[in-house]
Design a protein around this ligand. Sequence first.
Ligand code: OAD
Length: 348
Amino acid sequence: MSNPPIPTTAKPKNTIQSIADRIKTNQITRIIVLTGAGISTSAGIPDFRTPKTGLYDRLAPLKLPSPESIFHISYFSHSPEPFYAIAQARHPTTLKPTLSHAFLALLAKKNLLHFLFTQNIDGLEEDAGVPAEKILWTHGNWKDQHCSKCKSAYPDNMMRKAIRAGDVPYCLAPKCDGAIKPDVVFFGESLPEEFDEKVKLIPEADLMIVMGTSLRVAPCSGIQRMMGPGVPRVLINMERCGDMGSQDGDVCILGDCDEGVSEFAEALGWGDELKALWEEVVAVKEAKAKIDGNGGEDEDGPDLDACIAKMAAQMDERLGISKGHKKMLESHLSDKFARMMAGSRPAS
Ligand code: OAD
């Protein structure tokens, strides 16, 4: 006689459909989202760490002390040129929100977005319609700029002009020669003051969604672990990251973010609404870019690799001049030395 089945208390594993069902039945109403560069790659901004296509590999021609140096405050304070050389190709004026940004806006529209922590500085979440009060730009954004030395404000129109030209803008204050820095958080700088306040919202949430980030940069990399016990987490990313997928309630949709949010939206019955919202926000951004004079032929912005190659050539040229100068001095000195040794008067 066979033994009777042992009753199991194990909870069934979450799936994207079971999470969607809990949203549809109002069991999930407060969603915290953490995003990174992967949600903007389909808008044309490369992420940082994906081998070959990511910005950090592509910076190799600049021979920086490390790829991250370009965003390090101490490197910027003496060499702001590389940052401005690539700023033009990463500046958001011509960029349009992706389907992933529209998904965030839809969550907000349905009053489900408790809060969004974004590591991105492109501002595309707001362009897509996420209310600014629901967003913390943990690494700052391009909205304002100040002198890196005296902290004086700098006019928007002059900043835009400098970025478009790939030039370093310098402070207008008398006797200050500081380079202007957009209000983005560089390595070596503090996060916005609101960070500590806003992380207090995380334990109130009943779902965490992590999208398009490698979770390699603290303190944002810790956000995924600040949830209350048993709260489900959804990862929508090309690859696994952090400890996402290690907890019972976790669901991972691995692959392209825009496809991942489409799958999620279909499970929620929002597929058509998402697409319609996305088309609308893209059209609005295109129209705005035309009014601001950023549409037209160059609307995709300059090519990143071309900007890097141009900067690398300028740096090589400068290095060439200083090498040439050093060589000239060395030969001049050895000539002087030879004359002295020969007892003749050194040439001036
Ligand atoms: P990373 O480049 O480190 O990670 C991007 C993640 O998104 C990777 O896991 C990619 O696999 C994934 N990804 C890329 N494209 C994707 C796509 N289309 N669909 C789905 N996933 C995709 O970028 P972040 O994690 O945002 O900080 O980087 C964090 C911080 O490091 C940045 O804010 C920046 C950087 O240095 C500063 O500069 C201060």
